[in-house]
Design a protein around this ligand. Structure first.
Ligand SMILES: [Fe+2]
Length: 402
């Protein structure tokens, strides 16, 4: 299991977990060099360098692997009895792709306008987010797939759309109404608008920021609020969510050090979507974390950064193998997860696309929860695979019919 500890709690023998480097914005004093802590002197050096916290791997004797434990945890909670009616993935993906692409163009425009000090076009933002909400209602897995399989070279834009889409999918899962989903999607799209005020040198700096630079970064939620407030036509819940998207459960966030009960549900949902997207679509690409690992990290942030029940619901919504994950099956073949199965989280619907030698094959849709008559062994997921390692672009496989 993964746990977040303070440097005071760090001891020789503990193993630091490999992290995405983009997490600095959420956890500024995070020590991220993976590997075993070998001595007290090493802990002392880490402390002297100014680090405050780290994620460690905690081994519990006889403990089941994470996926199995999450499976048990999710099965214990009841599945929504009024199973929502969904449009099948294959029919919904084209509309979702259009909504996603349109949102990308829109994100370019509003970020450009904000940089020039122009008004952000609220009306067309509503129109854009409206289509994202439609897609989430039709089939949320399409958006989750697109958010994970889009190129990361335009991080600023993809990140704002991904946070918007993931937040709307989670809000829909929680049963929010259409207007709330619209506000949520808008807050996701606008959440980092304040970064357009911060110098690009600081935004694009790789590695650790100086104290002064981080103080400036911490002002971006407030800058975003001011940009939107000046417009005069943005609903208050959206502005509040933008202002509070870096606040944490225990009050250790910024800018207001607000605890959980002093932030809105919209702000907390944006915060979950923001951290998940930062972990899984790291700017440097190679550091992007597999979705199931990212969820394990986020579970390790419960009671500190996130409300335990809320982060559990988020994991349940995305599934143990979130849509868009590349997985290896026990047959040796590789598949993309395209539809979660809330009742059987280890057995989602998948599209088999690569043979054991990673050669493309005519794709085949398989529901892992159904035993097929032509196979003696049930197909199972054995592990998550990293598309970046194999240099595969999975996106074309989603829309390809065969
Ligand atoms: Fe932010």
């Amino acid at each position: 299991m993964i746990k977040k500890v303070t440097i005071d709690q760090l001891k020789p023998g503990m193993t630091i977990v490999k992290m995405a480097s983009d997490l600095w914005e959420h956890l500024p004093g995070l020590y991220t060099k993976p590997g075993l802590i070998r001595s007290k002197e090493q802990v002392e050096r880490i402390r002297e360098a100014g680090y405050e916290q780290a994620f460690i791997e905690v081994k519990i004797p006889g403990e089941e692997p994470l996926e199995k434990r999450l499976d048990t945890m999710l099965k214990r909670s009841t599945v929504d009895p009024k199973q929502k009616k969904r449009v099948p993935f294959e029919s919904a993906i084209e509309e979702a792709q259009k909504a996603y692409d349109k949102a990308m163009t829109h994100a370019h425009r509003i970020i450009h306008d904000a940089k020039l000090g122009r008004k952000v076009d609220y009306e067309s933002s509503v129109e854009t987010v409206d289509q994202i909400v439609d897609s989430a209602i039709q089939n949320p897995d399409t958006l989750l797939c697109l958010s994970k399989l889009s190129h990361f070279d335009e991080y600023t834009y993809t990140h704002s759309i991904n946070v918007s889409a993931i937040a709307v999918v989670f809000g829909e899962y929680l049963g929010l109404g259409r207007n709330e989903l619209l506000d949520l999607g808008m807050a996701g799209m606008f959440h980092d608008l304040g970064k357009t005020v911060v110098s690009e040198r600081i935004i694009n700096k790789r590695g650790r920021l100086s104290h002064a630079e981080f103080e400036e970064i911490k002002r971006h939620p407030g800058y975003g609020y001011e940009i939107l407030h000046k417009q005069g036509d943005i609903p208050i819940p959206i502005m509040e969510a933008v202002h509070d998207h870096h606040e944490k459960f225990n009050g250790s966030g910024y800018p207001g050090h607000l605890t959980r009960n002093n932030t809105s549900a919209l702000a907390r949902i944006i915060s979950l979507a923001d951290v998940y997207d930062a972990l899984t679509s790291d700017r440097s690409y190679k550091d992007a974390m597999l979705p199931n690992k990212a969820l394990a990290i986020m579970y390790g942030m419960r009671d500190q950064d996130f409300d335990t029940v809320e982060v559990q619901s988020f994991i349940k919504c995305l599934g143990i193998f979130p849509s868009g994950s590349l997985v290896k099956l026990n047959s040796g073949y590789y598949a993309i997860v395209y539809e979660a199965n809330p009742a059987q989280p280890l057995q989602p619907k998948v599209k088999i696309i690569l043979d054991p030698d990673m050669h493309p094959i005519p794709s085949k849709l398989v529901d892992l929860a159904v035993r097929h008559s032509d196979s003696t062994n049930r197909l199972e997921i054995v592990e998550c695979a990293d598309p970046a390692v194999y240099r595969i672009n999975l996106k074309p496989y989603l829309t390809r019919k065969r």
